[in-house]
Every structure is written in structure tokens, then in C-alpha cells.
Ligand binder design. Structure first.
Ligand SMILES: C[S@@+](CC[C@H](N)C(=O)[O-])C[C@H]1O[C@@H](n2cnc3c(N)ncnc32)[C@H](O)[C@@H]1O
Ligand SMILES: [Zn+2]
Length: 304
């Protein structure tokens, strides 16, 4: 079995275990070797917190409980299922028939995409008789990862880990990850480059210019198009684009679903509360409203 994890405190190898993960430790002082080891308990929900306090920039980093609940409720209604299926098909090109294949989902949220992406990894490994595939779901928010671990608890026969950690400081050995996915989540080019093995892939899901434009038109005075091309340029010295694909369709939402959608996006903070209220009242009156979802998927490969 490959050693994948490193201790977030002392960077020595970190061994996963059912109850407590323990690092190999560092010698504090060469004259008087004094081994200090660090341990990380597996929470009863099944995740491990690898975010040292010194890496936390706020008390509760990542999404709030409110956003988490809203996203779970919204996703459970199936409005993004069409996108998830497109993403799964799109991702197939990144599956490589090698032993020790490792998939890392960054900013995994409650595991709505991780769950299906990981299933695809393990199915592929089984069909190709590959040894020791691993999938890791990572998010900076502890309440989010608590929900991820719950969503991923059925993978009992597979090597699946749910970790609280920061995307900018991932406690995983350099050059060991074969695919990094980041779906509506942070993109850290240098850190992802470090983590990826030779020929490793980066799978990105992003909103496109038209995404929810009816909603943005209703709550903002000026609607700015998402500039999805800019970040591909920022990635090009380290990654080259293999393919990109567009996925767009319309969804019908009632007022409750619309409220959840608003709470899970950053729009809720930026818009005036009275505009949000007016849109929700309109939706309530009409019973349903139609919105366009517009997504982009990118598959990039690590440059040698
Ligand atoms: C918009 S959500 C997307 C979640 C999930 N991929 C989905 O689409 O359902 C972004 C996620 O990134 C996480 N996040 C934000 N900053 C992060 C960071 N620096 N490191 C790891 N995760 C982060 C948030 O906690 C949140 O769960
Ligand atoms: Zn350590």
C-alpha cells in the first residue's frame, strides 16, 4: 500500500487507521533525539480532521450550517442531476488503468459529486483488475465533512477517506494523486501541480456566463457575466487543456427550492435583502419559476 498522507504539523508520513491516524514523528533535537508524534482521531462519523489550528484563518472556515443544509435540500431535489451525469461521462477520460490509482475531490461539499465520481473510480478499477485504488474527499469545513462522511459511508469495501483540510495546504505527499476534481470549489494551481503524479488530471466544474441569469437579473442592478476563460489562462503554464464541455438546461423551482438555491450561492450575501424577498414572493405567487443552469467542465493535464 502506498503512503499517501503526510502529517499537517511536522510533514512526516501519516498512517491512516480505523481509530487514530498517527504520524511517524520528527526529531525535535538531533543531539538529544526526542521523537514527537502527532495523532488525529477519526470522528465517530468517520472523518479525520487534518486542519491544524494554525492553518485555520477563521473559527469556522468554509460554508456555514445554513448553506450546507440549503445545498443538501436543493441537491436532493435532483435539479443538478443532469449536470452530475454529464460530469461523470466527461470524467471517464481521466481514469487510467494503473494500480494505486488515487482520486482527490477538493472542496467536496456534502459529497453529492464525490459519491458518484468515486463509484466510477472503483467500478473502473474492478473492471480492469487494478490494485489498491483510493479516493479522498476533502473540504475545509468540519460540518461539511461530517455530512460527506455520512454520504460516503457505503464505501466500506473501498479505500475512501473524508478529511477536513485546506486546499492550499493538502496533507498528501507530492506526486501521488492521479486526478484532482474541484467542482464549484477553489482552484490552487501550484498546490494541485505539486499533488498530481506525472500525467495527472485536473477536472474542473464551473458556472458559465449564463448560469442562473434570470435569478441574477432579478436580484442585482447590474449582471456581470462569469469570466470562465480567465482562469484557464492562469492554469496554462502548469496544465494544458485536454477538453472542455458545456452543459446547459432549464430547471423549474418552487419558492422553497429557490430559497435553498439562494442560500447555497454567494448571491444571497451580495444582493439587497428586499430584492431577494421580492423574487421569492413572485415565485410564491406564480407557484414555479424557470431558471437556466449553465455549466462548464474542463479536463486539464499536468505539464511535465
Ligand atoms: C460551492 S461549494 C461546492 C461543494 C461541492 N463540490 C458541490 O458542488 O456540491 C464549495 C466548497 O468548497 C469548500 N472550501 C472553500 N474554501 C476551501 C479551501 N480553502 N479548502 C478546501 N475547501 C474549501 C467549502 O467549504 C464548500 O464546501
Ligand atoms: Zn507529525
Amino acid at each position: 500500500m502506498l503512503n499517501l498522507f503526510v502529517c499537517p504539523v511536522c510533514q512526516s508520513p501519516l498512517l491512516p487507521n480505523a481509530k487514530t491516524w498517527q504520524c511517524a514523528g520528527q526529531n525535535l533535537n538531533n543531539q538529544n533525539p526526542n521523537l514527537r508524534q502527532h495523532s488525529f482521531d477519526v470522528a465517530k462519523q468517520g472523518y479525520v480532521n487534518l486542519l491544524p489550528v494554525q492553518h485555520k484563518h477563521s473559527k469556522n472556515p468554509g460554508d456555514t450550517d445554513n448553506a450546507i443544509k440549503a445545498r443538501q435540500q436543493f441537491l436532493a431535489k435532483g435539479h443538478y442531476q443532469g449536470f452530475r451525469q454529464s460530469l461523470l461521462d466527461f470524467a471517464k477520460d481521466s481514469l487510467t488503468p494503473i494500480d494505486d490509482f488515487c482520486w482527490l475531490d477538493i472542496g467536496c461539499g456534502e459529497g453529492y459529486y464525490s459519491q458518484k465520481l468515486f463509484e466510477q473510480v472503483f467500478d473502473f478499477a474492478q473492471q480492469n483488475n487494478l490494485n489498491n485504488p483510493t479516493a479522498i474527499a476533502l473540504d475545509i469545513s468540519k460540518p461539511v465533512v461530517t455530512a460527506t462522511a455520512k454520504a460516503l459511508k457505503n464505501f466500506t469495501k473501498n479505500q475512501v477517506y473524508s478529511c477536513v483540510a485546506s486546499a492550499s495546504n493538502v496533507p498528501i505527499l507530492s506526486g501521488t494523486v492521479n486526478v484532482i476534481s474541484t467542482i464549484f470549489s477553489p482552484i490552487l494551481p501550484e498546490e494541485f501541480y505539486r499533488l498530481l503524479a506525472k500525467d495527472g488530471f485536473l477536472l474542473i466544474g464551473k458556472p458559465k456566463a449564463n448560469h442562473l441569469f434570470e435569478l441574477r437579473q432579478a436580484i442585482f442592478d447590474r449582471v456581470e457575466a462569469h469570466d470562465s476563460q480567465k482562469f484557464v489562462e492562469q492554469l496554462t503554464p502548469l496544465f494544458h487543456l485536454i477538453k472542455e464541455q458545456h452543459c446547459s438546461y432549464q430547471i423549474q423551482l418552487n419558492a422553497t427550492e429557490l430559497a435553498d438555491l439562494l442560500a447555497m450561492t454567494p448571491y444571497a450575501y451580495r444582493a439587497k435583502p428586499e430584492k431577494i424577498q421580492a423574487l421569492l414572493s413572485d415565485c410564491e405567487q406564480q407557484g414555479q419559476m424557470i431558471f437556466t443552469v449553465d455549466f462548464l467542465m474542463y479536463l486539464l493535464k499536468k505539464v511535465d
